[in-house]
Ligand binder design. Structure first.
Ligand SMILES: CC(C)(COP(=O)(O)OP(=O)(O)OC[C@H]1O[C@@H](n2cnc3c(N)ncnc32)[C@H](O)[C@@H]1OP(=O)(O)O)[C@@H](O)C(=O)NCCC(=O)NCCS
Length: 165
């Protein structure tokens, strides 16, 4: 099986929606809002980076990055997520390639760092860690982690794009 990672193209939206809905369907902490968030990010011009994993001409996975504001902190930070891999293709490294490619692209764009809310057992492998200087005053805020791409990191209150509600 050959997997390629590429930027989202016009016409991908429906396949991204389907992969995202399928991936989160069995996830206990999901409220089913993830595919709608991606559509809302795109509509608002907040889909800073949208990568798909493609195999045999079909979309096998997707990751979204959007701008975040660190109130009282520095500019140039992005939020990672949602990230999804088709259930029958999980645990083959596709999620890691999507995330790794996205982070590499953000480095090229001189981003300062990336935050996400997710399971530390998965994201630690990419270098994400908890940083008590960053506060996310929302449900799940204790699972906020960050990856510093330039400088020594920052502190403040994290605010995601409006699509996240
Ligand atoms: C999370 C997800 C994108 C990972 O994609 P993937 O292609 O399966 O991941 P990879 O193959 O790169 O990595 C698999 C590894 O991650 C681990 N892993 C996958 N999901 C995990 C999770 N939620 N928590 C902890 N570890 C996880 C696997 O145990 C595996 O570890 P191993 O290599 O030590 O066995 C995918 O499992 C998915 O779509 N999950 C449902 C949606 C979701 O939960 N998204 C993330 C929300 S924060």
């Amino acid at each position: 099986m050959t997997i390629s990672i590429r930027a989202e193209r016009p016409g991908d939206a429906a396949a991204i929606r389907a992969v995202t809905a399928d991936a989160f369907a069995g996830v206990p902490y999901s409220d089913g809002s993830e595919s709608g968030i991606i559509d809302a990010l795109r509509a608002a011009g907040d889909l800073s980076l949208s990568l798909v994993a493609e195999t045999d001409g079909t979309v096998a996975g997707h990751v979204a990055f959007s701008p975040v504001v660190i109130e009282g902190g520095e500019d140039g930070w992005f939020g990672l997520g949602p990230v999804s891999v088709r259930p029958d293709l999980q645990r083959l490294g596709i999620g890691s390639r999507l995330i790794g490619t996205g982070i590499a692209e953000l480095r090229l764009r001189a981003a300062r760092g990336v935050v996400l809310v997710g399971d530390p057992a998965y994201y630690a492998r990419f270098g994400f860690e908890r940083d008590i200087r960053l506060v996310y005053p929302r449900p799940g805020g204790e699972f906020l982690q960050r990856l510093v791409l330039a400088g020594s990191g920052t502190g403040g209150v994290v605010r995601y794009a409006r699509a996240f509600g």
